[in-house]
Every structure is written in C-alpha cells, then in structure tokens.
Design a protein. Structure first.
Length: 346
C-alpha cells in the first residue's frame, strides 16, 4: 500500500498531490499556531520523509520489475498485512513506552467499522490502482500518470461539497492537465493501462481526501484509529480482488521458486515497513514543520524521484515527455503554493 500517496492530506493538505500513496497518510489537524523547532530536528524529519517516500516507490518497482513479480494486487495485500502487524506491535509498545504512544491501543468495533467501510472501499481502490499504475509505467512517467489528483480534488470539492476554487488554483490545474496530456503524448514507452490506472488512482486519492474528513468523526477524530479500521477492513476487501483477478492462482502456478525464497519475502516485508513508515514520516512532518515546508518537500521529492528514476533505469525521455513532466511538477508546486497563501490569508 504504497504509501502519497502519501497523497492523502494529513492536515487537509491538498497542496501535496505529488506524493505517491502506499499507506494513505492519516489526516490530522495542524494547530493554528506553529511553534518553531530546532533546525537540526526539521532537517532530520525532512530527510526521513525523503528516504522513506522515495524507498516506497523504488522498492515496489523493484519487486514488480527487478524481481519479475507482476502481481500488484497481492503485493498491495501483503503490505497491508505488514502494516497491520506493525500497528499492533506499535500500539502494544505504546502501553509501556511513551516513545510509541502516538498510536493508541488497537480497537475494532463492528458498528464503527460499518461507518468506516465506505471510506475503506475508496482506500482499497486507491491503493490497488496506484500499484497497478506503477506496474505498467516507468517511474519517470509515474508522477505524470498520477498528477490529475489535483484536478479531481477541485472537481469533487465542487460537486460533493459545493465549494468553488480560486482562479489561481484553477490555473494550476490547467497547467497540470497540460503536463499530463503532453507527457502522455510524448511518453516513449506509453502504456494505456498504466495511464488508465494512474487516472483512476488520482480520482480515488481525491475522493479519499474529501471523505476522510467526514469519517474521522466516527473514530473520535483520531487518525491512527482510522488507520486501524482502514487497514483491517482493506485486508478483507482487497483479498477477493486478488482472488477473482486470477492473480492468486497464477502466482501459485508460476512463482513457486520465489514463494520459497526467504530473500523475496524479506524484500516484500521491507517494502511493507517503508509503506507503514510513510505514516510516521508524514505525522512528524505535520508536527515539526510548516505547511510551506510540506509544499516544498512534496514538489522537491517528486523532482528527485523523477531524476533518480532517469539515472537508475536510464529511461529515455523525449522532449515532449520532459516538457510534460516539468509542467505537471510545476503545476503541482504552484497549486501547493496557491493553497498555502490562501490558508495564510484566512
């Protein structure tokens, strides 16, 4: 579950649509008054976020391409298992150690679960489509394929919440869409499936960002309790997709050697740990940095991710593809800046 997505706003942050979600970030409310913190601490938090966030994407891509394990839905499901185990361990440690106390004891109530279930459906679709997108596209194009989450956020905010968006933010959306269109047209290894899954993932990222605010009330506005329910229910919801998509039967028939390889399961588990780490990284960013720092980090991370992918995988980038990537990243960064300025003015 890799993870912007950490694309999901932790503080109603639609300024960071450039992140890739594996575990969607818990939504938390940023305090109105932001205290200053030591520079060394802020640097450490930002560095941790960069390392974890980049690791999620590259490790997932390595599993599906480098290790030739093409079963994206099963990868997502297994990493949800890892996330749930880590939640249980962390919550248990929090009972005796204040260092782990940010996550409350695990709970699962059927009445609450019914209230959270609609959000979990969105969550599952977002995770599944995200990893399916990563399966079919190059990492250099991955950011472009998923860039429309900003546009969908603006659209759904108007259709569902009835809220209008400012003109500068609409300009940013137009820039992002142009980047998506030009980047898709110029992509040398264009994959229609990858673009389809990327657009679908973007739509569910936007929906999650809207509905998570409505669902938090069911779990006492505690983002970690919501993660308990989301992760548990997602395991239940996603398994039928793994089963009926044919992935499970094909996997058991064609990958017996990998399934008996300790190194393979170690890599899968490490990727699950980094996916869970996104939640911790985003929690620390919201707690110790400013909204502007979050915006800058999101855009900078997307740029670094694209450059690293070009260097590591040596993906050819056409002029049009390069222009599309630039416009998508610039539009996302500009949108984040506009939203930040609007929040400050309020």
């Amino acid at each position: 579950m890799a993870t912007k997505n950490e694309d999901i706003p932790m503080s109603r942050r639609d300024d960071d649509e450039s992140q890739e979600p594996f575990l969607p970030n818990p939504a938390v409310q940023r305090k109105p008054v932001e205290r200053s913190h030591p520079v060394a601490l802020i640097v450490a938090v930002v560095t941790f976020y960069f390392i974890i966030s980049l690791s999620v994407v590259f490790l997932n891509k390595y599993i599906m391409d480098g290790m030739q394990f093409k079963f994206a839905l099963f990868v997502t499901w297994y990493q949800l298992v890892v996330a749930l185990v880590l939640l249980l361990i962390w919550a248990h440690l929090g009972k005796t150690n204040s260092l782990f106390s940010i996550i409350p004891p695990y709970e699962f109530n059927t009445i609450t679960a019914k209230k959270v279930a609609p959000l979990t459906f969105i969550y599952v679709m977002m995770l599944a489509l995200n990893n399916l997108c990563l399966k079919y596209v190059e990492i250099t194009f991955y950011q472009v394929a998923r860039s429309l989450s900003i546009n969908f956020t603006v659209l759904f905010t108007y259709l569902i919440l009835g809220k209008k968006t400012s003109f500068p933010a609409l300009v940013a959306c137009i820039i992002v869409f142009l980047g998506f269109a030009i980047g898709s047209y110029g992509e040398l290894h264009f994959s229609l499936e990858g673009v389809f899954y990327g657009v679908g993932s973007s739509a569910f990222v936007a929906l999650y960002g809207i509905y998570v605010q409505k669902t938090l009330a069911a779990v006492d506005n505690n983002q970690w309790k919501l993660l308990h329910y989301n992760t548990t229910l997602a395991l239940i919801f996603l398994f039928p997709l793994v089963l009926f998509s044919g992935e499970l039967s094909e996997m058991l028939e064609t990958t017996q050697e990998q399934l008996h390889d300790l190194g393979f399961w170690t890599m899968m588990t490490i990727t699950g740990v980094t996916g869970f780490g996104i939640n911790i990284a985003m929690f620390l960013q919201v707690k110790y940095t400013s909204a502007l720092t979050n915006t800058i980090c999101g855009t900078a991370k997307a740029c670094v991710q694209t450059l690293l992918a070009a260097m590591i995988y040596r993906n050819p980038i056409s002029d049009l593809n390069g222009l599309g990537i630039f416009l998508a990243l610039f539009g996302s960064g500009y949108y984040g800046w506009v939203r930040y300025k609007e929040r400050i003015s309020k």
